[in-house]
Design a protein around this ligand. Structure first.
Ligand code: GDP
Ligand code: IMO
Ligand code: MG
Length: 457
């Protein structure tokens, strides 16, 4: 096994310290991974933050989710939207990795790659590595996603508002141990075909209206598999080498967000993966010891796509202004995003789970025209403040939000490039957020493009 220790590691292994083996093991852990995670209900601007950091990164990884994600990156006036590809794919010098925790719809992956290729993003397939342990999303998973949504609507009068990308059904197959992985597709195709047919039959027994042209699907999958083959690696070993070889900058791009996490989000109105920090370890096969900085991305207000409780939602002119000024339309589905005031209860909750080392606060510029800006700072239930974020959605629907009100700065911030360029009232707003969450704000976003990110330290 090739294992190249860095000079720093060498010193630590050859000179045992008085602090004992545990301390030495920590020092020998290898390179640290920087993780970027959504701290709200998604679409916080993770793609933009990753793009900023990816300029210097050697490896950029996706660890969970699928093409339900939609990450927008604007470089040199050109807008890219990524769904399965890590946003770091823009950087010709870095390698992108799709980890085992991601669910991959192969037609979607190649369609995305080809679309970006036409935009000028050449050689993406030479820079992409795909874990052989990643599960596959089939076309019928996407059809089932739609059928399940209709069923929810018929049975409960409401659905989840999924992206219909087959995410829930694919992770269900994974958890039921009937799912199929990249390594299965590239292995014995006879065996793969048999398991594929069994999986189709299983879903057809649940959804008799489901029609699948099995032979045609298998033919397509075989072709996609051959196109994918050169990109496929053992993801765990790839990461092990990246962590323990020469010093490398490794970045993890979270998809979806804390409040959509299957365990910690507003269940059942969530996605089907762990979008919090644990997902970086399980979705890539890396030890917690290698997790370095964890950056939380939060908008200066809150948005949500799909159904579910949203305590600070503004179903009024303020909400409409945020929606139109912020161009709050889903990148994946084209749906209008619901809008409301910044909710610091949820960002603090996301911090409890993720332990953010710093925050990127995006879209401050959208607030430029407001007379007054509100921030949700606490939830009250029956007139009493509650210290935790409620698990039960009925309770979350009932909470009363306590707000702090700030005077608007009524100044265009889009040209600000450093802290001192921001109006004092905007500085106050930022400092309040920072103090309330108890995490430093490292970046403030004032526009879509790369340069519109004020770095604070
Ligand atoms: P992601 O899913 O977290 O990567 O975020 P999306 O790309 O879905 O949504 C964020 C949107 O806000 C995109 O259209 C970005 O181009 C845009 N955006 C990101 N940061 C800023 C910012 O600071 N100001 C403005 N005006 N737009 C931003
Ligand atoms: P990014 O990475 C916003 C939401 C969907 C739906 C719920 C479940 O761009 O921030 P799913 O298709 O995952 O089963 O849908 O989760 N959702 C997102 N909302 N941004 C996302 O990703 C999302 N990914 C899933 O709207 O409410
Ligand atoms: Mg998005």
């Amino acid at each position: 096994m090739s294992h190249t220790w860095s000079a720093k590691d060498h010193k630590n292994t050859s000179q045992p310290t008085a602090t004992g083996p545990q301390k030495r093991a920590r020092n020998d852990a290898g390179n640290k991974v920087t993780v970027v995670l959504g701290a709200q209900w998604g679409d916080e601007g993770k793609g933009k933050v990753v793009d900023l950091l990816a300029v210097e990164a050697d490896v950029v990884c996706r660890c969970q989710g699928g093409n339900n994600a939609g990450h927008t990156v604007v470089v040199d006036g050109k807008e890219y939207d990524f769904h399965l590809l890590p946003s770091g794919i823009i950087n010709p010098k870095s390698t992108s990795l799709i980890g085992n925790g991601v669910v991959i719809h192969l037609p979607g992956l190649f369609e995305e790659g080809d679309k970006n290729d036409k935009k000028g993003l050449k050689g993406w397939d030479k820079r992409l590595i795909v874990s052989d342990r990643a599960h596959l999303v089939f076309d019928f998973h996407q059809v089932v996603d739609g059928l399940q949504e209709s069923e929810r609507q018929a049975q409960e009068g409401k659905n989840i508002g999924t992206t219909k990308k087959g995410i829930g059904p694919a992770y269900s197959s994974k958890a039921s141990r009937t799912g199929l992985r990249v390594c299965d597709l590239l292995g014995d195709f006879k065996d793969f075909s048999m398991r594929f047919k069994n999986l189709v039959r299983q879903y057809q027994s649940m959804y008799p209206s489901l029609e699948v042209d099995t032979e045609d699907q298998l033919k397509q999958l075989k072709e996609y598999g051959e196109r994918l083959r050169p990109m496929v690696r053992d993801g765990v070993y790839y990461m092990y080498e990246a962590l323990h070889g020469h010093p490398k900058k490794i970045l993890v791009e979270g998809a979806n967000a804390a409040l959509l996490d299957i365990d910690f989000g507003t269940y059942p109105f969530v996605t089907s993966s762990n979008c919090t920090v644990g997902g970086a370890c399980t979705g890539l096969g890396i030890p917690p010891l290698n997790i370095g900085d964890v950056y939380g991305v939060a908008k200066a207000y809150t948005t949500r796509v799909g159904i579910g409780a949203f305590p600070t939602e503004q179903l009024n002119a303020d909400g409409e202004l945020l929606q139109t000024r912020g161009r709050e339309v889903g990148v994946t589905t084209g749906r209008k995003r619901r809008c409301g005031w910044l909710d610091l209860v949820i960002v603090r909750y996301a911090h409890m789970i993720n332990g953010f080392t710093a925050i990127a606060l995006t879209k401050l510029d959208i607030l430029d025209v407001l007379d007054e800006i509100k921030v949700g700072v606490a939830y009250k239930l029956n007139g009493k403040r509650i210290p935790h974020f409620p698990a039960n959605m009925d309770v979350l629907h009932k909470v009363e939000v306590e707000y702090e009100t700030f005077p608007g700065w009524k100044t265009d911030t889009s040209a600000a490039r450093k802290w001192n360029d921001l109006p004092p009232k905007a500085q106050n707003y930022i400092r309040f957020i920072e103090n309330h969450i108890g995490v430093p704000i490292k970046w403030v976003g004032v526009g879509k493009s790369r340069e519109c990110m004020i770095q604070m330290f």
